[in-house]
Design a protein around this ligand. Structure first.
Ligand code: GLY
Ligand code: MN
Ligand code: MN
Length: 434
């Protein structure tokens, strides 16, 4: 992505408001425990508008009837900081790299913000920004009300993330390239796990082989905490312990993926620890796969996301009836939410700069969004049967299966961006053998 992309996004954002001041802050550094911090991750909305990856920075976008102005505040260069942590870009470095109107030291922000807010009536910000920048803006707005002779003062507050996240719904070709790259490395990692898997390994050993693939290919971060769940552990949806021994005759569910240049991938595969599905595992697996393929088949620019959710629930419910796990009619079972016991989560979510991209699912009237080319959504049906569920035939107990791919809506339908990852029973068994 080069500077023109970020510039264009800032112009689009500014064009969507009548007038006012927009403030977006970088993420803070987060302490893990004494003297140690979590790896730094930039705020996605801030990054979307700036491409700037340093902490303690703010972007201020100002719109009047006559003009637009974009001001970036950054940490100034410091020899002391550079000695311990490496050089920051600093004001001059940022000025060279970023096509904004002004770059200043973050130390100037408290004095500048009061001047910037003069004669503006609207403030746009992230309601979850708990940095000091907003408090300073609020304080300045309050003080300006007391100043004689100022005719216009801030009187309306708006959620800027609603605007940025509506923009983030439609991915540009450059964003899709980054997602594709993340997926290509995630594909290598899932295939590596299938090849290495055998009974007696620990779940974290499979995780380690995937992490090795990510890091050795330059993907420095996972997009989310990996789930490597052998056997009945797969029935704990957010299982992240990853410490159990993988057992002969069990399946293993892996939901793990990397991030590339802050863009996520999100992939789940479920395969037999010993490389060969049992008859019962295969029966459930092929049902989940059939649901996934049918849902993907139905995705195109005319479909509403809500409809797809309902459709997937009907298919999953029918699959559960076919397996003899539920008894009755689809309609009545869905009304009674009976399928939720075995298929409790949604069919998918937006994906992009965040693995759960926080883009809107409904329009301003609360109506479900209709798919449009450029949207990216995961499709991840699952069936989960707990080992202690005596209402289900013994052969299915302890089986938990999810299959997850990343789907791009196109002008004519959709494209499965993760098509290359082994998924049919035959492909998986063959990958496990190789
Ligand atoms: N990996 C998180 C999810 O599938 O939503
Ligand atoms: Mn997902
Ligand atoms: Mn996932």
């Amino acid at each position: 992505m080069n500077e023109t992309h970020y510039q264009a996004r800032r112009q689009t954002l500014l064009a969507s408001i009548e007038e006012g001041v927009i403030i977006l802050s970088s993420s803070p550094l987060k302490t893990r425990s004494n003297d140690t911090e979590y790896p730094y991750r930039q705020n996605s909305d801030f990054y979307y508008l700036t491409g700037f990856e340093e902490t303690n920075s703010v972007v201020v976008l100002v719109k009047t009837r006559e003009s637009n102005r974009v001001i970036l505040y950054v940490e100034p260069h410091s020899d002391e900081f550079a000695l311990w942590n490496g050089a920051r870009l600093g004001v001059e470095g940022a000025m060279k790299l970023f096509e904004v109107d002004e770059v200043h030291s973050i130390l100037e922000y408290p004095n500048h913000i009061k001047e910037i807010l003069r004669e503006h009536i609207a403030l746009y910000f992230d309601f979850y920004d708990d940095s000091n920048n907003l408090k300073l803006a609020q304080q300045s707005a309050k003080e300006l009300r007391e100043v004689r002779g100022i005719k216009r003062t801030i009187r309306s507050f708006h959620d800027v993330t609603h605007l940025t996240r509506s923009m983030r719904l439609i991915k540009s070709p450059e964003e899709i390239d980054k997602i594709r790259h993340a997926i290509s490395l995630t594909a290598l990692a899932h295939h590596e796990a299938m090849k290495r898997c055998r009974d007696g390994l620990k779940e974290f050993e499979l995780q380690a082989s995937m992490t090795y693939v990510f890091l050795s290919n330059g993907a420095m971060n996972e997009a989310y905490g990996a789930i490597v769940a052998g056997g009945n552990n797969a029935n704990t949806l957010h299982y992240i312990d990853n410490r159990d021994v993988l057992k002969e005759g069990d399946l293993v569910l892996i939901d793990a993926a990397c991030e590339w240049e802050l863009y996520a991938s999100d992939i789940t595969r479920t395969f037999p620890v010993n490389g060969k599905f049992t008859e019962a595992q295969r029966e459930v697996y092929e049902k989940v796969l059939d649901v996934q393929l049918r849902v993907i088949e139905a995705m195109n620019p005319d479909v509403k996301r809500d409809w797809l959710q309902r459709y997937s629930e009907e298919l999953l419910c029918q699959a559960l009836i076919d397996l003899g796990i539920l008894r009755g009619e689809v309609k009545a079972l869905i009304e009674a939410k009976a399928h939720k016991k075995y298929a409790p989560h949604g069919i998918g979510h937006w994906m992009g700069l965040d693995v759960h991209d926080p883009c809107p699912y409904t329009d301003d009237e609360g109506q479900s969004l209709v798919f449009k080319a450029g949207m990216v959504m995961t499709i991840e049906p699952g069936i989960y049967i707990r080992a202690d569920d005596e209402s289900v035939s013994l052969k299915y107990r302890g089986i938990g299966i999810r299959i997850e791919d990343d789907i791009l809506i196109t002008e004519s339908g959709c494209e499965n961006l993760s098509f290359m990852i082994a998924k049919t029973v035959e492909e998986i068994e063959s990958m496990c053998r190789s």
